[in-house]
Write a protein that binds this ligand. Structure first.
Ligand code: MRU
Length: 394
């Protein structure tokens, strides 16, 4: 069974509540843009592509109901529909600032809405219908793009990091969660790892805990175990030691991560801790790769210095959030001791904490940017050339 963070059928949207994972699998209904805003803000759904899709589909759900004659009268004219949808898109974009996918999806959907509203025979139904189809298309496209990212990335890793043709199996490292839970399905960096595994080229994957929200331990671990990939969890602080002590014996050749926004020069904002891994990869001679759909590349942002980094509440660092499970060391029986609304404090009373959700990895530390069109590489001067792609020929 494939993991689904987002379940959608026309008129109904459900998301897997990621705050309850890995111990509880609970889907919640997203009926309105307000529901989507809160789910994104509270990180019940997270990951750059997933939040964009959930935001877009939350408006689609209301549009579908209205087109079906259900729900209140939303808009009388084509113009009213456009104003209404655009307002909801603007509101949804305010939920989290760093990932470009949400703003990009909103801009594309606004263009669809405005094209539909400007037709001479336009009415409110036509605008709603055009929006609905475009939002639904995003869900389908994302999975296809991820599968392509997976294939291009796996081929690049095998071509550039394996010297022993008779034993081309590689081990890789990853950070945060970039899999089915962070996208419409399959994943970006985790998609590359899935692709390596399905071609029998993955020896092992090491994934970081990813403090403070533990997307690695909770979500990536959940996905890898679900799919039966050979995987080992490390805390973030173990990465250097892992590269040094097991890099050669385990043939760890690359670190593969996702992205929330890639600037025009290749500087990449991704989950806090990514920058440290890139520095470590350079020092230990591993390739450092970013995997993301082309829409994550924001050509209007010149460099990483222009990317807004979301700062989240101190309490996420000071406390661990549930559900937290107690395991009896003798019987191995498990008991849920807190649910997703409760927290356990792990720091001294009155602790102050800094909690940037993302950091920026400079382009100079990145060897390739894996997109659905191929792997973007640098020219001889170390500058990413967006039209210079290694393409596996899909
Ligand atoms: O705060 P999160 O969990 O939304 O952060 C997620 C990441 O940083 C991912 O690496 C990124 O969004 C890419 S997901 C395909």
């Amino acid at each position: 069974m494939t993991l689904q963070a987002i379940k959608y059928s026309r008129g109904k949207l459900e998301i897997l509540d990621q705050l309850r994972l890995p111990h509880q699998e609970v889907y919640i209904d997203i009926k309105t843009p307000q529901d989507a805003w809160h789910a994104i803000k509270s990180m019940q759904v997270r990951g750059a592509p997933a939040i964009a899709i959930v935001a877009a589909l939350s408006i689609a759900v209301r549009s579908a109901h209205w087109l079906n004659g259900q729900g209140e009268m939303m808009a009388a004219t084509a113009r009213d529909s456009a104003v209404l949808i655009n307002g909801q898109l603007d509101y949804l974009v305010t939920s989290r600032p760093t990932a470009v996918n949400l703003a990009d999806a909103a801009a594309k959907l606004k263009a669809v809405v405005s094209a539909a509203a400007n037709k001479s025979d336009a009415d409110s139904r036509a605008v709603m219908a055009a929006y609905l189809l475009a939002a639904e298309r995003m869900l389908v496209d994302d999975v296809q793009d991820n599968e392509r990212i997976g294939k291009h990335g796996a081929a690049w890793v095998l071509r550039n990091t394996t010297s022993n043709a008779s034993n081309p199996m590689v081990s890789v490292m990853t950070h945060c969660n970039t899999g089915s839970l962070a996208t419409a399905g399959y994943g970006t960096a985790l998609g590359v790892i899935r692709s390596l595994h399905s071609s029998n080229s993955l020896r092992h994957v090491y994934y970081t805990e990813t403090r403070p929200y533990n997307q690695g331990a909770r979500l990536t671990g959940y996905e890898l175990i679900h799919d039966g990939l050979p995987a080992t969890l490390i805390t973030d602080s173990m990465a250097a030691a892992l590269m040094r002590t097991k890099g050669r014996s385990e043939n760890i050749t690359a670190v593969i991560v996702g992205a929330d926004r890639v600037a025009a020069n290749g500087d990449t904002a991704n989950k806090i801790g990514t920058y440290a891994l890139a520095i470590l990869a350079k020092y230990h001679g591993l390739k450092f790769l970013v995997a993301a759909p082309r829409t994550t590349v924001d050509m209007t942002t010149k460099s990483g210095a222009d990317i807004i980094i979301e700062e989240r509440p101190e309490i996420e660092v000071v406390n661990l959030k549930g559900p937290i499970v107690r395991t009896n060391v003798f019987s191995r029986e498990k008991e849920i001791i807190t649910d997703s609304t409760e927290e356990i404090c792990i720091a001294a009373e009155n602790t102050r904490a800094w909690n940037p959700a993302f950091d920026v990895t400079p382009a100079e530390l990145i060897d390739g940017i894996i997109t659905e069109h191929g792997v973007v590489e640098k020219d001889d001067w170390g500058v990413f050339q967006w039209d210079k792609v290694f393409d596996v020929g899909l």
